[in-house]
Design a protein around this ligand. Sequence first.
Ligand SMILES: [Zn+2]
Length: 402
Amino acid sequence: MSLETLINIVSTESDESTKDVLICLNKILDEFGTNPFIDDDINEISTVGVLLCEKLYSDGLLQVSFSYSCNDLDEETESLSHNCKYCGEVLHESIDYHDVTRIYKFSRTSYDEILEYNYILNENKYFIPELYRNYDNLVNEIDNVVPFLGSGVSMPFNLPNWEGLLRGLEDFLSEEFHKKYYNELVSDGSYFEAFDLLLEKSMNVSNEDQLKDEIVQVISQANMDIADDEHNISDLIKLNSHYYISTNYDLIFEHFLTNEDGYNTPVCMDEIGNLRNISTTGNKVIHLHGHINRKSSMVVTKKDYSKLYSRKGILVQLAAILGNKSLLFIGFSFKDKFFNDIYDKLVNILKTHHYIVLFNPDLQEIRELNKKNIKVIGLRVNDGDYIDAIRTLINFIVRKVN
Ligand SMILES: [Zn+2]
C-alpha cells in the first residue's frame, strides 16, 4: 500500500483530515526518529496516532516489539506468541499478569521513505511545474552560487522589511503633506529619497547619525526567541555556501553561523579588500550596506548609497571575490526600484545569469526577469507558508546535491 493510501485510510477511519494525519505522522517522526516509542508517547502527540501506528505496522513501515514483566522481572520479545521467559506461559494468553507494552520503532529505510514522501508532497505543493528546469539548473550550479539575502529573510524575527522600516519612521515628520509625500516615495520603492526627505524635514531626526541611531534601535530589537521552524536561517546555512551577501543591517545570520560553525564576524564593503580568502577566515557574510554594529558602515541615505556604488574599486573587489558566480536572491521583491538598481549595478560586474526566489510570480514577471538573465525560482504559496516553501526548496537542493 502506498503511504498516500495508508494516510487516506487512517483519515477515513478516524474522521480526521488527511492533513492532520500527515501532521501527526511527521510529529512522530520528528519526535522519535528511529528511536523506540510506546503508545503513551503517541497519545501525547495526537489521538489518531495509535491507529496510524497500527496501520504503519501492518504495512511493514513500523516495527513493533513488546516489553513485559513477570513478577517484577522485565523482558522484551518480538512476538506475543512466544512464551514468557520466566513462567513459561504463552504471552498472548496471559497478557493480564504480564503487563505488556508495545514498542514501536521505524527502521532507517522506512524513516527515509516517509521523509522522501514528505519532500515530494511539499515539492508538489510549492513548486511550479513550468519552472522545473530552473530548479534543476540551480541544483546543478549550486557550488557556483552565492546566496544574496534580503530583508524577507529577517522578517520572521519581527524585523520590518525596507518598506516597514520606513513606514515606522513616518511619525518623525510633523507636517501632513510631508508625510503624504514620504509615503508616496516609500510606496514607489524610492527608499533613499524617503530617508533624505526625513532628514530634511524632521525635527527629531535631522542628521544621518540620528537617523542611523533610530534604525539601529529598530533592528536591534530582533526577536531571536523563535522556534527553528519559524525561520529559514538554519536552512540557508545548510546550503553551506562559502559566503553570503546581504543588504540587511541585522546580524541574525552571523548569530546562527556562530552557533553552527564557530565565531563569525560580519564584513562590510570597505573591509573586503583585506579579505582575499574570505571563505577561510571565519567571515561568511558580506553586508553590502553595512550593519548595526558599525554605524559608520551603514548605507542609509542617497549620499551613502551613491558614495558606495561610485567607488569603482569596491565593486571591482566584490567582483573579484564573486568571480563568475551566480547570485541567488532570497527575501527580495523585484518590484522595488531599490532592488532593481542594485541588481543593475552588480550585473555589470558579474556577467552571468542569476536566480531569484519569488512567491507566486506571474508569467510576465518571469519573462521579464528572464530577459535580464534572472531565472525565477518561483514558489506557489497560498496560505502564508513562506518559510515552509523556502525550506522545501533548500531541502530539494541539499537532497539532490548529496
Ligand atoms: Zn511470566
